[in-house]
Design a protein around this ligand. Structure first.
Ligand code: 5GP
Length: 185
């Protein structure tokens, strides 16, 4: 029998580089499988078509009512959710979720063994610069920064590990070490 997969939750405020980090993690370690979320947010210019399953509110709500999400939340006016993973297709790989704080909390409640890594930006200025680099309008950038300020203390308090994403390769190394140590337990 295959053992239960390790669930690695990568959370943290917008603009902290979570997406880049998890892409590098799954590239580095073939035993990791990155879950693809559903969202009702519009796809950004230049964003990959498979960055999410982009869907509408009605389809999202139907999936909620069918119990098809491991966790879901409303984030700044849009739904985001992790489809319930099909563990048989994981083929022994461990699951990586890149999600915001409310979702992370839900996963931790259901799976206390999940490893919650909360990523922080090196500074608020750098976070703002990264958010602007994605081309979001001003009001969205400010809303995300405000949300980050409110959520960071909560994230830090419930996280198993806190990592400051100053230098990307150092961050990825640190996260690989966390994952390896969780696997060996
Ligand atoms: P963005 O719109 O910038 O792609 O994502 C907004 C926030 O939603 C980010 O913090 C991202 O990590 C989070 N997010 C992405 N997918 C999910 C998901 O399936 N569930 C939850 N709870 N948050 C998600």
């Amino acid at each position: 029998m295959t053992p239960d997969p390790l669930v690695v939750v990568v959370s943290g405020p917008g603009g902290v580089g979570k997406g880049t980090i998890v892409d590098l993690l799954v590239e580095r370690d073939r035993r990791l499988w990155l879950s693809r979320s559903w969202t009702t947010r519009e796809r950004r210019d230049g964003e990959a078509e498979d960055a999410y399953v982009f869907t509408d509110g009605q389809s999202f709500e139907r999936r909620i009512s069918e119990g098809g999400f491991l966790e879901w939340t409303e984030f700044l006016g849009n739904y985001y959710g992790t489809p319930t993973p099909d563990t048989s297709s994981l083929d022994g790989r461990d699951l990586v979720l890149e999600i915001e704080l409310d979702g992370a909390r839900q996963v931790k409640e259901q799976h206390p063994d999940a490893i919650l890594i909360f990523v922080l930006p090196p500074s608020r200025d750098e976070q703002e610069r990264r958010l602007r680099g994605r081309g979001d309008p001003n009001d969205k950038v400010f809303a995300r920064l405000r949300k980050a300020e409110l959520e960071e203390p909560i994230g830090i308090s419930i996280a198993d590990h806190v990592v400051v994403n100053d230098d990307l390769s150092t961050t990825v190394e640190a996260m690989m070490a966390i994952i390896e140590s969780a696997r060996s337990r």
